[in-house]
Design a protein around this ligand. Structure first.
Ligand SMILES: O=c1ccn([C@@H]2O[C@H](COP(=O)(O)OP(=O)(O)O[C@H]3O[C@H](CO)[C@@H](O)[C@H](O)[C@H]3O)[C@@H](O)[C@H]2O)c(=O)[nH]1
Length: 486
């Protein structure tokens, strides 16, 4: 193909995320950006997940095909459970078994697409961390694969490639509480705390799905041509060069993948009543007066953690909007009375007037875009952290599992927030620590430093031209690496 034809050629891509909405949504954002550049995308999942995805804008929908593979039956998985949102966190391994059960339907889908002479042959398959069986199927049909990982790139470097684990084996909590030798460019503070490191220890061990998470990820990175990440050098300077070096494969940024119209708070502030109720409450609060509190759905909070958090917010004496989730192991609150029962006695009465505890879905991006929000108390999921940075909201950080501790350390190093003080060994925290962290960001003088650092990063990340350039460069890689395997 000559150079001009290669530049204009439109690609046909298959995107296949992990069965979790925190993964499907950024994959859909990637799909939309590829479709906006004229490429065709087939988005694979299972029937209930496809039905629950947000709609694709009409101008892009002709080029984004949502395809539902039949959901496999997995022993122990409740009927209709097709994503991590449908099961308690301890059942996530069964969702991985469900992913593995998609190998045969995927093989049939690919054989059919490759055989089709109507132009459905994929140029690329882009997959998530857990589809370790997929590259072999794709190789048999001569279709190249790329990985798209939506956790923090710094955390992937910290967990390291296979050779690093062989050369410097890590098995204990202490091992993961120290900076790895292969990340000498990291600030020394970037490591798990002992109480968070159990997640990393477990990730290196085979789990109920039969394969460890790290083994899945290593195979994906090793057997694909390059790895795409949801981040950019402005957020994590130097990490892409480090990852390319560590894994001997190109590590390519996709940018922050935040929809500009949502980013401006438009589309998400209309529609469903529950959404607008939260935003209407924010409309009545003064500018930058309110801290938004949300700890994701996976945080292993205990009832006592929940009380200390509540009492800490009360003690801080600032306005707050709390996207309330029940601690795992308890049944989900269905009414405001249920929520009140999970909170300290009298809490709602004492905070009414300057706080809203909301147990339904919160339009988080629109909330973070709202002028009344001054900071975000977060579990440091990568999606939440990026959303906060794009709107220049400083962070009060309470990380628990996966990459969250490493994200918190990275953001503290960048000066955009502070962690809630915790016991180093058991991870417990108290109301005084919560109140001190909230006040240091929302009330005290040093809060201005966090806010101005966050605003500086916001300005850089809102440069849409730069973000578009990341996507154009990614498309360039898809074209280049299709011809020359790397
Ligand atoms: O009421 C809600 C609840 C969630 N969200 C959205 O849901 C996403 C949550 O994503 P994230 O912050 O990444 O949280 P989790 O899904 O809990 O995070 C898991 O996945 C992340 C990768 O995305 C990892 O970094 C985390 O460690 C892991 O726990 C965000 O886009 C939120 O805006 C809402 O809009 N409203």
């Amino acid at each position: 193909m000559n150079e001009a034809a290669a530049t204009t050629k439109k690609l046909n891509l298959v995107l296949f995320p992990w069965l979790a909405f925190g993964h499907m949504i950024p994959y859909l954002e990637l799909a939309k950006r590829l479709a906006a550049r004229g490429h065709a995308v087939t988005f694979l999942s299972t029937p209930r997940n496809v039905a629950r995805l947000p709609p694709v804008p009409a101008d892009l929908s002709p080029r984004v095909h949502l395809v539902a593979l039949p959901a496999p039956v997995v022993d122990g998985l409740p009927e209709g459970a097709e994503s991590t949102a449908d099961v308690p966190p301890e059942m996530n391994e069964l969702i991985k078994k469900a992913v593995d059960g998609l190998a045969a339907p995927f093989a049939a889908f690919l054989a059919d697409a490759v055989a089709d002479d109507g132009g459905r042959r994929p140029d690329w398959i882009v997959m998530d961390f857990c589809h370790h069986w997929l590259p072999a199927i794709a190789e048999a049909h001569g279709v190249p694969c790329a990985a798209f990982l939506i956790v923090q790139p710094t955390a992937i470097a910290f967990l390291g490639p296979r050779w690093a684990q062989a050369a410097h084996p890590r098995t204990t909590l202490e091992d993961f509480a120290a900076p790895p030798r292969w990340c000498s460019s990291f600030p020394s503070a970037i490591a798990y705390r002992r109480h968070e490191a159990g997640w990393a220890v477990d990730a290196f061990r085979p789990n109920a799905s039969g394969v460890s998470d790290i083994e899945r990820m290593w195979q994906i990175i090793e057997r694909t041509r390059f790895t795409i990440y949801r981040s950019c050098d402005e957020v994590e300077p130097g990490v892409f060069a480090l990852l390319t070096d560590l894994f001997h494969k190109p590590a390519v940024p996709a940018g922050v993948l935040l929809q500009p119209d949502i980013a401006d708070g438009n589309s998400s502030s209309r529609s469903a009543g529950a959404r607008s109720e939260v935003l209407q409450w924010l409309d009545r609060q003064p500018p930058k007066s309110t801290i938004y509190v949300a700890l994701g759905s996976e945080a292993p909070l205990t009832a006592s953690n929940l009380h200390e958090l509540a009492l800490g917010l009360e003690l801080a004496g600032v306005r707050f909007l709390w996207a309330f989730r029940k601690p795992s192991g308890m049944s989900a609150p269905t009414s405001s009375t249920d929520v009140a029962e999970l909170l300290p006695a009298g809490f709602e009465g004492r905070t009414r007037g300057h706080a809203l505890v909301w147990s339904g879905w919160v339009p988080q991006v629109a909330v973070l875009a709202h002028a009344a929000v001054g900071a975000f108390l977060t579990h440091c999921g990568w999606g939440s952290t990026i959303e906060s940075l794009v709107f220049g909201r400083p962070l009060v950080m309470l990380p628990f599992v996966v990459d969250q501790g490493l994200i918190a350390r990275t953001m503290a190093e960048r000066g955009v927030g502070v962690e809630v003080a915790r016991d180093e060994v058991d991870g417990s925290f108290g109301r005084d620590g919560v109140a001190a962290a909230v006040r240091s960001v929302m009330v005290e003088e040093q809060g201005e430093v966090f806010a101005s650092n966050a605003e500086r990063l916001e300005r850089v990340l809102r440069d849409q031209r730069r973000q578009d350039q990341y996507m154009d460069e990614l498309v360039g890689c898809l074209k280049r690496y299709k011809e020359d395997s790397c």
